[in-house]
Design a protein around this ligand. Structure first.
Ligand code: TXA
Ligand code: MG
Length: 335
């Protein structure tokens, strides 16, 4: 039964212990990570993992990230080569997901791999995520806690608004500091590939393991790459240098054009880290029916700007007609 009251709980020791018990019993708990809020389930429980797909309205072929408290636990589920060990040492705990060859003895549900023989694994840094992983003593499958195709949540109330009736509890750990999802690096082939730009920049990754290739075109390797994704309901107009009547403005930097119905500045000082942290909350704040569109100022294509622009392009991509209605019905084809 869906709980009547708000499932948001301050993430103190009692709430974390209750959340861990609920997860072990096969229920869904949303929890904060340093990137975005995750919709968590016991990754070793098929029914619990299936409930994630159900709650998100997510297509079955999308594999899920499995979260572990440390590298030792990751090693139970995925094969770690030298590249993986180096990246883990440099960036874990943190905003990096590694796609590794799945170990045959891993108890993780095959649903998490969605038919692939790989597994996406991450050690999150957020203290609440860490405490929860320790307390429940299970790997946790957790996609971003938003309905499929929608803007990822960076605050507990974002989760409550969108899928509050589908979870046992939402652990409130404040605003996510990174604010954009983890970078996903595929290490299953001879050349590492960046499947999704995210909280760790390509430059930082390449400084550790050398050149990283692009995601391959062709069959879907990472649904985070689908062209329409992270979509607000209002259309986005990218690279805007002016504002049209009734448009809201997503600004960046000190020089902002006049005339917007409303403006949110991602960073007055032009700081890309601050901009990433504010991105999803800003899109939500401006996604209101009185605005005809959201004009987005240019963001430099460097450092975290690559991940920010990636999300903005997907948010601006044309969508299926059915999806342009502000309807709670999720896409059939998006993450
Ligand atoms: O920051 C994050 O990564 C957040 C927090 C909650 O950890 N999680 C997140 O999960 O963004 P999700 O499910 O929304 O995105 C997972 C991404 C997708 O692009 C998915 O396709 C890719 O990881 N992925 C997962 N398993 C994969 C696999 N075996 N092979 C290729 N890509 C995979
Ligand atoms: Mg997502």
């Amino acid at each position: 039964m869906a709980p009547q009251r708000s499932p948001i709980r301050r993430a103190d020791a009692t709430a974390i212990a209750e959340a861990a018990a609920a997860l072990r019993a096969g229920r869904l708990v949303a929890f904060p990570t340093e990137t975005v809020y995750g919709l968590g389930a016991d990754a070793t429980n098929d029914a619990a993992v299936a409930a994630i797909f159900e709650a998100k309205g997510r297509p079955r072929f999308n594999p899920l990230i499995v979260h572990c408290p440390n590298l030792e636990q990751v090693a139970r589920h995925g094969s770690l080569d030298e590249r993986a060990k180096k990246l883990a040492e440099a960036f874990w705990p943190g905003a990096l997901t590694l796609v590794l060859e799945r170990r045959p003895e891993s108890p993780v549900s095959l649903l998490c791999s969605a038919g692939l023989d790989s597994l996406a694994l991450r050690v999150p840094a957020h203290p609440v995520a860490q405490a929860l992983l320790e307390a429940c003593d299970r790997p946790l499958a957790a996609p971003s806690a938003n309905p499929s195709g929608r803007v990822s949540p960076t605050e507990a109330r974002h989760v409550a608004e969108a899928i509050g009736d589908k979870v046992e509890m939402i652990l409130d750990g404040g605003s996510c500091q990174v604010g954009i999802e983890s970078s996903v690096v595929d290490l299953t082939g001879p050349t590492p590939r960046l499947l999704r730009p995210g909280g760790v920049t390509r430059e930082a990754l390449e400084a550790i393991i050398g050149e990283i290739g692009e995601a391959e075109a062709g069959p879907l390797r990472s649904p985070g790459l689908l062209s329409s994704h992270y979509a607000p309901l209002r259309p986005l107009r990218l690279e805007a240098r002016d504002v049209r009547p009734s448009e809201a403005l997503l600004a960046f930097g000190p020089e902002v054009p006049d005339g917007a119905a409303e403006t949110v500045n991602l960073s007055e000082t032009g700081d890309l880290t601050q901009a990433a942290a504010r991105l999803f909350a800003a899109l939500r704040a401006l996604d209101r029916p009185q605005f005809s569109a959201i004009a987005v100022m240019p963001i430099p294509e460097r450092g975290l700007g690559v991940a920010i622009n990636d999300r903005l392009r997907r948010a601006a991509a044309p969508r299926a007609a059915a999806d342009q209605q502000p309807s709670p019905t999720p896409h059939a084809s998006l993450d």
